[in-house]
Write a new protein. Structure first.
Length: 430
């Protein structure tokens, strides 16, 4: 915690409802914890037992983020009893108390009247939790609120949070006000660098710079036709990394070489159609026929469901690859997860490999990979739409990237593009 003008303004504001849009890790929740504890000894007119709350989208979330810290922040001499570990309530000798609420079941708040409270992760809070459960509990004592969070594009409560924040920003009053700051205002430069390397440009603008972005547009915002597409040559002596999406209508496999930092996609295999089914065995035979003399070995990564019987008749897709004689002979690694990553995380990982907020590009695609390029240019949905040709090849790429370069992993020798303070691009690649 250190002085910051906007945080200072937030702390001292007399506005009843404060909407705080700030970057990840920039202190908004930590400030809220202290503000809530500070209220405990303050008398409230006509209220013998002032009640305050802190909430998050789920019970587990509010317990994890708030409970231990609140217990540490409330002085022992203020307590009237031990904190209630079952119901997550802290009671004080002043008659006041703090209760933690998980808004996955917002009815927990109903029947109470609070003097103030904090709604954390506001973008992920159901709109009805505010309007039907929380707001009615604030009337008797004209309770104050802090509504805080990162300005997410996809959160269930993001549209409502954005609307309320922007209205408060444009019409500040004693009824409401808005507060905003970036992660870089608070976090050290080294942490910002790590954040930029781990996030795509769009994700960093949202989570680091706390900017509201539109959710429309293509899914793969990190893709650039000019920067991401280049000739990528097949090398007989280098391991072929195969990303696999299994579907009898659109078996989609993408092929690349991985050098430990960059992935060069040089080919793709697409089989099956709406009126012509295929299976994994046929795809494996076609792949082996295409590269019969390959000596560098193989690495297969794909969907967790490939461990179950699906497209290979009597055997799972996983076993079909494991037991294919051609790939046994030429050497293969089959690395399929027990469970798939969250769809949003997989897409975010693909985006930050295409181009992260530091301007680093780690995935390059040959012009011949037309199905993959169509996904990069045109796909707007997280999941492939039934009947659409889009989404399967990018899913294959996403599974491969999740295995060889998951979120948080560090790579070596990365090509870098630096953004200067004037927001113009300076290409420093050799």
């Amino acid at each position: 915690m250190r002085h910051h003008p906007e945080q200072y303004r937030l702390w001292n504001s007399q506005a009843r409802h404060k909407f705080v849009c700030a970057g990840r890790g920039s202190g908004k929740t930590e400030l809220g914890k202290r503000y809530l504890v500070r209220a405990l000894p303050v008398p409230i007119a006509n209220c013998l037992k002032p009640k305050y709350f802190a909430s998050a989208p789920t019970y587990a979330q509010v317990e994890k983020v708030w409970w231990e810290d609140l217990k540490a922040l409330v002085p022992a001499e203020w307590l009237s009893d031990k904190p209630d570990e079952t119901h997550l309530i802290i009671k004080t000798r002043f008659g006041s108390s703090i209760e933690l609420l998980g808004l996955d079941k917002p009815m927990r708040a109903e029947g109470s009247q609070y003097c103030g409270g904090i709604i954390d992760e506001r973008s992920d809070t159901k709109p009805s939790a505010w309007s039907l459960s929380i707001r009615p509990t604030l009337s008797t004592y004209s309770a104050w609120t802090w509504q805080i969070g990162v300005p997410k594009r996809t959160g269930i409560g993001a549209p409502q949070f954005r609307q309320k924040f922007e209205y408060a920003r444009d019409h500040p009053s004693l009824a409401r006000d808005a507060f905003w700051w970036r992660s870089s205002d608070i976090l050290p430069a080294s942490e910002i660098t790590d954040l930029q390397e781990d996030l795509s440009m769009a994700d960093y603008l949202e989570q680091g710079d706390a900017q509201w972005l539109d959710s429309g547009g293509i899914l793969f915002s990190g893709f650039s036709p000019e920067e991401s597409v280049r000739p990528c040559k097949y090398n007989q002596g280098s391991k072929i990394y195969v990303g696999c999406d299994f579907n009898v209508h659109a078996m989609s496999w993408c092929l690349g070489h991985w050098d430990g930092s960059n992935l060069y996609m040089f080919d793709e295999l697409r089989m099956g159609s709406a009126d012509r089914f295929t299976n994994t065995q046929a795809a494996l035979d076609a792949l082996y026929t295409r590269y019969p003399g390959h000596t560098g070995g193989w690495y297969f990564a794909g969907d967790a469901s490939s461990r179950a019987n699906k497209t290979s008749a009597n055997r799972s897709d996983y076993v079909a690859i494991e037991e294919h004689p051609g790939f046994i002979k030429s050497g293969r690694i089959v690395n399929f997860p027990r469970s798939n990553p969250p769809i949003v995380d997989k897409a975010a990982n693909t985006n930050r490999m295409l181009c992260n907020a530091a301007g680093q590009r780690r995935v390059f695609i040959d012009p011949s990979c037309t199905h993959l390029l169509d996904d990069m240019k045109l796909q707007a949905e997280l999941k492939p739409i039934s009947g659409s040709p889009l989404g399967h090849m990018s899913d294959a790429l996403g599974y491969l990237l999740w295995k060889i370069a998951p979120l948080g992993a560090k790579t070596k020798g990365i090509s870098r593009v630096i953004i200067n303070p004037g927001n113009s691009w300076v290409d420093t690649r050799k």
